[in-house]
Design a protein around this ligand. Structure first.
Ligand SMILES: [Zn+2]
Length: 59
């Protein structure tokens, strides 16, 4: 039971790492749509939204 839970967690970690790697690769290749916030990196469909994301905190 405990063993199965552990492998389950490992599987999840692997899947997450793979997902992040794919995401980074997609970003490098410019295959993701949207505009990233220059500060926190959150992506928005509208460029203005990305620019306004952390602007309130700065100003
Ligand atoms: Zn932001």
């Amino acid at each position: 039971m405990e063993k199965r839970d552990k492998s389950g967690v490992l599987m999840k970690d692997k899947e997450y790492v793979k997902y992040v790697q794919l995401l980074r690769k997609a970003e490098r290749d410019g295959r993701l749509d949207g505009y990233p916030c220059p500060l926190c990196g959150s992506r928005y469909v509208v460029k203005e939204d990305a620019e306004d994301c952390c602007r309130v905190i700065i100003s």
